[in-house]
Design a protein around this ligand. Structure first.
Ligand SMILES: [Zn+2]
Length: 346
């Protein structure tokens, strides 16, 4: 069985014998080849260099799935500003909808511009070189794109003070994600990944979550299926407690194929709802255990997630995306622990 088959079969709830490894690598791969961030995100996105980095990290960790490219959010297409520090992570420094009237003027489809085209090309190269690997394309979730476009704090205020405007911003953002997803995934992706840090009920409240995140996610997940690939959703916040059962249930009912829980969730509280309905992703805390170690703690936590989740259509990630600066050695300890676990089941 190839890594790609293992990934797709797990997402389709067709196997639980082995646990595939999917590192949601957005920029960490730059560290493997020691490439400055602004070298990939130069005047022109360097697709070949991006693909070289992605595959170097894959080889080092033995992961089954790649995200295809070194990732950024592409808000330049809407007049936003992203900074690319040489040894750092891309960050948004100018929000394209800082002036809210722009939401009536900008065309969501214009997101498919230079950066998207370059990132797509990187994923194509990865697909051509390694057709045996799973390929999962990263895009933002609905409220998360809205936060990037408008500025998270300003958007939170809009939700409270101007429902008409926030509705427009969410619609614009979901349209933009739809265009980005279709362009980036077409003909090459096994799945799309909705990175949804701001689709977080702890942050926006349960009502806004149900009113905005859920219907927009349903639309995007349906579109992914119509286009011929699967969908994975990664909201932040706690979903494993009894008071959040409804929210988790509504999220799964959108038709997603995989749910990645973030830090602070109890795995059993998630699998109670996901079992038989969608695959589960998640794992070691990326901001404490994986960042700081030591090895013993990483091994202990990795094994705990494996023991709790391996029989539940589980794809091992860690709790969030991995970015440059994270210790490659620590990540290798996690992936080695997983590979030993899988060998024990073969
Ligand atoms: Zn996350």
């Amino acid at each position: 069985m190839t890594s790609r088959e293992l990934f797709v079969d797990t997402l389709c709830l067709e196997q639980t014998r082995f646990v595939p490894l999917m590192l949601r690598d957005l920029t960490l791969a730059l560290d493997v080849l020691n490439v400055p961030t602004d070298k990939v995100f130069g005047n022109e996105y360097d697709s070949k260099l991006s693909a070289d980095c992605v595959l170097a990290l894959q080889k080092m960790m033995g992961s089954d799935v790649t995200m295809g490219c070194i990732f950024s959010y592409g808000l330049e297409a809407f007049g936003g500003v992203t900074k690319y520090p040489a040894d750092g992570i891309p960050y948004v420094s100018g929000n394209p909808l800082a002036d809210p009237e722009k939401v009536d003027v900008l065309d969501p489809s214009s997101i498919v511009a230079d950066l998207c085209i370059g990132m797509r090309r990187s994923s194509e190269i990865v697909r051509e070189r390694r057709p045996d690997l799973g390929l999962c394309i990263n895009v933002p979730g609905p409220m998360t794109m809205a936060g990037f476009a408008r500025g998270v704090e300003t958007f939170m205020m809009d939700l409270l003070t101007d429902p008409g405007l926030s509705e427009k911003i969410v619609r614009f953002s979901t349209d933009a994600i739809s265009h980005e997803m279709k362009y980036m995934c077409q003909g090459i992706a096994d799945a799309v990944f909705f990175a949804s840090a701001t689709d977080n009920p702890d942050m926006i409240g349960d009502e806004e979550y149900l009113a905005h995140s859920v219907p927009c996610l349903r639309r995007l997940s349906n579109e992914a299926h119509e286009e011929g690939y699967l969908s994975i959703y990664h909201p932040h916040g706690v979903f494993s407690t009894d008071d959040r059962l409804d929210l988790l249930d509504e999220s799964i009912r959108t038709g997603i194929d995989g749910f990645q829980f973030s830090e602070g969730n109890e795995p059993s509280g998630i699998t109670e709802s996901t079992d038989g309905r969608c695959a589960v992703l998640g794992g070691v805390n990326a901001y404490s255990t994986l960042l700081l170690g030591p090895d013993k703690r990483i091994i202990r936590d990795t094994n705990r997630f494996l023991n709790d989740l391996a029989d539940h259509n589980y794809i091992m990630t860690c709790s969030c995306s991995v970015n440059r600066g994270l210790s490659l050695n620590n990540l290798k300890v996690m992936s080695d622990t997983l590979h030993e676990f899988n060998e024990g089941r073969s």
